[in-house]
Design a protein around this ligand. Sequence first.
Ligand SMILES: Nc1ncnc2c1ncn2[C@@H]1O[C@H](COP(=O)(O)OP(=O)(O)O)[C@@H](O)[C@H]1O
Ligand SMILES: [Mg+2]
Length: 994
Amino acid sequence: MSRLTDRDVPPTCPSCGTPTLPEGARFCPSCGTLLAGAIPKGALSPEDELHPVTVMFPDVVGSIALGARLPPEEVKALVGECVSAMARAVEDHGGFVQAYQGDGICAVFGIPAAHEDDPERAARAALRILEVVGAYAHDVQATWGISSFNVRIGIDTGPAVVGTLGASDPQVSALGDATNTAARLQGAAEPGEIVMGQSTAARLSDRFVLREVGPFALKGKAEPVRAFRVVGERRESSPRSLLPLVGRDQERKELSRVLADLASGRGQVVSIIGEAGIGKSRLLAELHAMTGPDLTWLEGRCLSYGGELTYWPFIEILRGWLEVTEGEAEVAVRLRLKAKLTSLLGPRTPEVLPYLGRLLSVKLDPEVEERVRYLPPEALAEQIHQAYRMWVEALAAPHPLILAIEDLHWADPSTRALAEALVAATEHAPLLLACAYRAEPDSEAWKFRLRVMEGFSHRAQDLPLEPLAGPDMARLADTTLAGAELDASSRQTLVARAEGNPLYLEQLLLTLIEAGEVAERRVVSVDERALASFPPALEGLLVARIDRLPPGPRRLAQVAAVAGRSFLRRVLERVASGSEFESDLRTLLRTDLIREHSRDPELEYVFTHGLIQEAAASTLTRIRRRALHGQVARAFEDLFAGGIEDYLEILAHHFAESEERPKAREYLDRAGDKAAGLYANQQAMSLWERAAEVARALEDDVAYRRISEKLADLLSVVGEHERAVAMYRSLAKSDAGDSHRLIARAAWTLLKAGAHEEASSLVESVQGELDPVTAIRLRQARALAAYRADRVIEMKRHLDEAEGLFMQDTPSDVALERAFLWMAYFEELGDYTVANSWADVLLQLSQGQDDPVRLLEAKKRIGVLKLEAGELVRAEILLREAYEQARHIGFVVHTWGAGVNLLYAYLELGQIYRGLALCREFLELHMTPFWRSVALQHVALLEMESGQTDGARAHLQESLRVSSWLDDPRGLLESRIHLCAVDVLDGNVGPETE
Ligand SMILES: Nc1ncnc2c1ncn2[C@@H]1O[C@H](COP(=O)(O)OP(=O)(O)O)[C@@H](O)[C@H]1O
Ligand SMILES: [Mg+2]
């Protein structure tokens, strides 16, 4: 029941005046008058909201045939009775009759506020309607011989805009496609059938037996609509609930201790407390499984729409003891109650029978009935408590007894009072009350808990359930999938999204399975988008938590949801200003929708679960959501005017969502600059991409070109050459004046990518002359390519051509490249004198630049030259500097490159032990398996050299393993050869070595 929103229901019955009605009651407990026929005014928010709703259309058929036999007033009266009974069934289940339409009604479940189980309520109400109308049909058949009197029911679920219509006497109504579809499905149903659309069926298949009918071609629908007939309620539990328990070791331990105490005669009250889906019922089932045969287990559950069904779970418990089946005749129940009680209680039976009989609504002996009828309500309640307790104590006398009560948070006051009355029995009987409930401070369950704590804390044991740990969730995902397997990253995403809640995980998986994303017996990777969808079965559950809030806190939750998963208090306060802010915020904290996230540097809150934030946001209409994003953005601008740099991305996000494009463009662009400044290149690119898109939509060509060029430059830097070139080209095409510069950039990018031919032809395609720097770069790139291909003559030709183009202000990177290429050229010719002089130029130029990577590259390169020229000491110094610098920066490729050459220098210098120490350092670096196998071989060689054959053998064996894992024949062969050499050194030459 939505206790908070039912505040405005008058506290006394308007019909009989009974005072102090139970909070949230829909019917007066004394006279049965319907109390909540109208939506309480305060429950609706002034703005339209979006909710999932379930719409049901029951329509009476056969009244025309009846008209042939009866006067019209009587037909009307009969149909009227049926329609009233249908409306009452709807109200009983918390639905709302939106309209009366001739022989039918339009009922909506989920207004003014969504319940977590609206589709289920609708289905149960529909079953009740079949039953009620069925009774009328039976009478009509018996009396007038007319067999066509019946009812047809259509049900559909979907999002609807919920708001008030009409100015003077506003009526709440829900507008959505589900209304149309439900009406059409009703038309397609056979008399006596309940037909529902797929969206409802998907939410109910766990609890009802459904049979597919149709598909139906419905008016107003392009595609045939899949439809399902309700066959009945599912008796057996769904197979998923039988999956093995994961985690909860501590809780299991405590439960087995409780059971041991119980066996030794000690009664207790155990409370399993936690949010929806966290695993309370699963743990209760586990407790049941842990019990032995010499123990009585009886269970009952509180219903979310319990309404007037007072004492419901205790009635279920009683029926469970009597093994009453659905639809069993009253007389059978009555006799069994009498017989079983008599054998249990003997002469004390009359003290108990009338009251338990009353609970079960069985007929009592006339004189007993007389006694019970005139008892004042409080006295009757007292008698019921006593009788029930007597029965329970008698039952617990021979064997321990466990009464399990599910979903106590939905209990009505009468249920709570009876539960409290039973607690005292735990003092002297082996009785365990095992209750599962959510921590809802306003619920009867919470009152019960506080009462138990007050008077019986020595008997009470709380088991609060925390979210499951990541590895447990991963295991649960695997068992739920049974056969299919998710790839590691999809599983990770899912587990992260469920945040420790097994129900959420299960439903997310179920959505995937139903979307056909997961098939049996194979490893699948799941599309990010499929993972992002909102599971239908959770929609109601989560939206209901938002809808249960009174209007003020609900609006605050919506604002917060727009602000983000976590949000700053100051921002929230600025957007949702108002005198109620403080108390509304407290309500959100108290109901555990949000919690404090941090206090430093300022107060920040966070939604307790990501899906709750999504649910709150989902209740906003598009227009309102847009407006709120704008308000949040402006709050940031106002509050952080001084330090806006820290919030650029947030502002960009909110302005983009609020569709205020100029602002969105500005902040996306600036956020991109900031990211690029921090070398967060991917992020920068994605921000600029979006900025450029917005600029284009704004037809702001100047901004578009400026941002796109930045983007292309960055793409070129990170090696996305193709995209960069395409972008430069398209920019060049659209502005002839600027095309030269852009084509030059494109050409440079192509050169970097090694596409020399393409670069030249691109450059040639541009009219006019090439700018000299690009021309030099083009020649240098070709020279480098020739060098790599060992074509020295061609290399020289390109270098000479480049030489002719140099000018005073040539950029330094071009000058560096020049020195490097000439050095390499003369090194190749074996002319170390000239090569050395270019090396000096190279070193000098690199030292002049403030770029450690350039410098270490130069040192490494020159070190190699010196090594070749036989200047070993100089080589060792340069290579060691390069090596250490690379290690310091953490640049692995260069560390390795410089290191290997340094190793050669040590070997040439005969410094085996320094070489060995260096090799051992290599092994601690993170490197690719290939380089690791090479490093291992080097270490082994040096170890052999220094006589450490054991170490050498071990390292070679590892190298062998790595090589075989890599499938690298050369590595394998070399490792084997070296291993043989080790054998030879050790003197054990076997046949294999031969
Ligand atoms: N520890 C667990 N191991 C395996 N499955 C679990 C566990 N906890 C919960 N589940 C499964 O997750 C779903 C939701 O749990 P349930 O017990 O119904 O939650 P609650 O009663 O708290 O709302 C159920 O299908 C249940 O079987
Ligand atoms: Mg449960």
